[in-house]
Design a protein around this ligand. Structure first.
Ligand code: APR
Ligand code: PHB
Length: 394
């Protein structure tokens, strides 16, 4: 079975789904292919910090209704070390910009509902996705649909929104791409707990035993993370051990500590910094995690993906309206500038707040000095705040 579309989108994460929606609003047709089942895509728990640019994009695209009702707007955050919490007033330092806490899986849920409402194709549970004819003006995607029937999709453009482990990037001949990578010798053990958040803002903490993060999903659900080994065995972590480690790393001398409750979800995430240049090969464009990965400490992953697809959708719209390819030609360079800025910030937050095996007592003292400077200098706090709330999307 052969069909055609204007834009073939591989991957139904936030990037692929938002791209499909923006193209729909511009009257451009697309087909989205996703290898996981729809429920799996919706239930995947990931970071949930939305920059203003992401909130505005969702609102302007008409998919921000639930976000406006249920998203939790935060004007600041806390940084903790030496058993003390220090407030950073993001809004005051950035002329009123804020962040919104809204689970990434909720973003995906809203985007899938919007896609279904348009009636445009979203094929989940597909397999054996292969790309060919990538240098022609009609690149193709072959796949097996969920019933196992072989299908071919002829496209004007292909958008690789299939994440770090996707098929699009490896389909581009290696000499055309340059990869930049840094791995970290730690990961995050994350939990969701049925417990009312005990702070109204996030707490990023450096402790002698490692990093910990206090976050939330709703008035009843707390989200917490602990630095652990990248291949940490979850079986070694009883609920008691998790809570006692969180208490040790997060409690401060003012009596603050996270509320505890039933743990409803747990998982370990690895960490890496990764960029591929350029983000384009002929008519194939990479967006989101397919093109770049940041460690979660700066909460930039979702926001970078959203900035990519906004730029890509607008460039495709310009192309289809008047035939100018200038914005498509600028897609990669513009994206890489934003990406490297986010890479630097995420690396900096990560190295300031985590302990590495190779670290000496000197390194820990230096990290504490870094944090001490951060919370006592308005210039340093402004630098964090500006990057954390994110620069406006183009
Ligand atoms: N064929 C079809 N779909 C694929 C394939 C494939 N060969 N390989 C991967 N996928 C799908 C994955 O199952 C996933 O649903 O592509 C999707 C990619 O989605 P994400 O990993 O969520 O990536 P992206 O949409 O770029 O979102 C970036 O997600 O991982 C977080 O931290 C990251 O917040 C960032 C955001
Ligand atoms: C989350 O709420 O999941 C979260 C918050 C901040 C981060 C990462 C994850 O930096």
């Amino acid at each position: 079975m052969i069909s055609r579309t204007q834009v073939g989108i591989v991957g139904a994460g936030p990037a692929g789904l938002m791209l499909g929606h923006l193209l729909h609003l511009a009257g451009i047709d697309s087909v989205i292919l996703e290898r996981q089942r729809e429920e799996h895509v919706i239930e995947r728990v990931r970071a949930g910090v939305l920059e203003q640019g992401t909130v505005d994009l969702m609102t302007d695209a008409g998919v921000g209704g639930r976000l406006a009702r249920e998203g939790m707007r935060h004007r600041g955050l806390y940084v903790a070390f030496n058993r003390r919490r220090h407030h950073i007033d993001l809004a005051e330092l950035t002329g009123g910009r804020t962040i919104t806490i809204y689970g990434q899986n909720e973003v995906v849920r809203d985007l899938i509902a919007a896609r279904r409402a348009t009636g445009r194709p979203l094929h989940c549970d597909v397999s054996d996705v292969r790309l060919d004819d990538l240098t022609s003006t009609q690149p193709r995607i072959h796949f097996l649909d969920r019933g196992g029937t072989p299908r071919t999709l002829t496209c004007d453009f292909i958008a690789g929104c299939d994440g770090f482990h996707g098929v699009t990037r490896p389909s581009i001949p290696a000499p055309h791409l340059q990869a930049f990578e840094r791995t970290y010798h730690f990961g995050w053990l994350g939990i969701l707990a049925s417990a009312a958040p005990s702070s109204d803002e996030l707490v990023y903490s450096l402790h002698e035993r490692g990093f910990a993060l206090f976050s939330m999903r709703s008035a009843q659900v707390t989200r917490l993370y602990l630095q652990c080994a990248p291949d940490e065995d979850l079986a070694a972590w009883s609920d008691d051990r998790i809570w006692s480690e969180l208490r040790a790393r997060l409690s401060t001398d003012d009596g603050w500590r996270p509320n505890e409750g039933t743990i409803t979800q747990r998982g370990v995430t690895g960490m890496r910094s990764f960029v591929v240049e350029p983000m384009r090969y002929h008519r194939v464009f990479l967006a989101g995690d397919a093109a770049h990965i940041v460690p979660p400490t700066g909460a930039k992953g979702l926001n970078l993906a959203m900035a990519d697809v906004k730029r890509l959708a607008s460039a495709l719209e310009t192309f289809y309206r008047g035939g100018s390819a200038a914005a498509l030609d600028a897609y990669s360079d513009r994206g890489l500038r934003r990406t490297w800025r986010a890479q630097r910030f995420s690396w900096w937050m990560t190295s300031m707040l985590h302990r590495s095996e190779s670290d000496t007592a000197f390194d820990y003292r230096r990290q504490l000095a870094d944090l001490e400077y951060l919370v006592s200098s308005r210039a340093a706090m402004t630098s964090l705040a500006e990057n954390y709330v994110g620069t406006p999307f183009e």
